[in-house]
Design a protein around this ligand. Structure first.
Ligand SMILES: Nc1ncnc2c1ncn2[C@@H]1O[C@H](COP(=O)(O)OP(=O)(O)OP(=O)(O)O)[C@@H](O)[C@H]1O
Ligand SMILES: [Mg+2]
Length: 245
């Protein structure tokens, strides 16, 4: 679904992406791990087009998207959530998800007045809200929700774009561990036609969720494989999993 070839990014003298050759397979449940400052968020920013690479290329579904804007990549199927959540805090859950669905359908602000597409938008938004088990919160404003539920709303919004690729940057950050398991379980049960790449520091969550793991250290891919391979890799354990192990 998504591939990078010799993707590089420098911030001045700092190389934050070093010749990254990466593949996200169709339907993947893939985790990207690595120490703070390894370049994980930068990598996602390069995939989505928030940042332009210094060198190398990005392909989505076999087509090169390296120079496309973020908006164009979203239309081609890349959706993301951010490490810090970004929602319309004064609006309800339903309204937030409706905005995303309206955008995709190209009906924009018609949500704000009665219009032909309105029922369609609300139906689809309600379906996504149900998929993430947010039904009870649909009419609540974002500010009234605990943080863990807010992160679920962000995922519902990303799904409103009908992505083929979903990039999640630390979706469980700042959530108590009991709730973070609920969140990851919700992500794990998303439709299999969506390829998911998740950045996560909690190794318990990573190993429950991921079918493939990439370890990034100092801007480079240090190791990649099935969870059992990563867990058994002595160097990875030494460099990164040491504390957790
Ligand atoms: N816009 C920028 N300008 C300069 N340096 C940057 C910029 N963005 C990130 N960096 C640096 O690039 C490196 C990689 O940062 P990045 O945020 O990608 O790491 P990360 O792996 O996501 O870390 P964390 O686990 O803490 O979220 C860090 O040294 C960071 O300080
Ligand atoms: Mg980060």
């Amino acid at each position: 679904m998504l591939e990078t070839r010799t993707l590089c990014k420098n911030f001045g003298a700092l190389e934050v992406a070093r010749e990254l050759n990466f593949r996200l397979e169709r339907g993947a449940r893939h985790a990207l791990i690595g120490p703070n400052g390894a370049g994980k968020t930068t990598f996602i920013n390069l995939l989505t087009g928030l940042l332009a690479p210094s060198r190398g290329s990005v392909f989505l579904g076999g087509e090169e998207v390296t120079t496309l804007t973020q908006a164009k990549r979203v239309k081609r199927g890349i959706a993301r959530t951010f490490q810090i959540n970004q929602l319309f805090r004064g609006l309800t859950v339903l309204e937030n998800v409706c905005i995303a669905v309206s955008e995709r359908l190209g009906v924009g602000s018609s949500m704000l007045r009665p219009a032909g597409k309105r029922a369609e938008v609300i139906d689809e938004a309600s379906r996504l809200i149900a998929m993430l088990k947010l039904d009870e919160d649909a009419g609540r404003r974002i500010v009234e929700l605990p943080y863990g539920r807010q992160r679920l709303v962000e995922i519902a919004i990303a799904l409103g774009l009908q992505p083929s690729v979903l990039l999640l940057d630390e979706p469980a950050a700042g959530i108590p561990s009991a709730e973070s398991h609920i969140l990851l379980d919700a992500i794990a049960t998303l439709p299999r036609d969506i390829a998911i790449l998740i950045i996560e520091h909690d190794m318990d969550l990573v190993f429950r969720f991921a079918e493939r793991i990439t370890v990034m250290v100092s801007g480079a891919i240090y190791a990649e494989g099935k969870p059992a391979e990563i867990a058994a890799n002595r160097e990875v354990r030494a460099v990164y999993l040491g504390n957790a192990a």
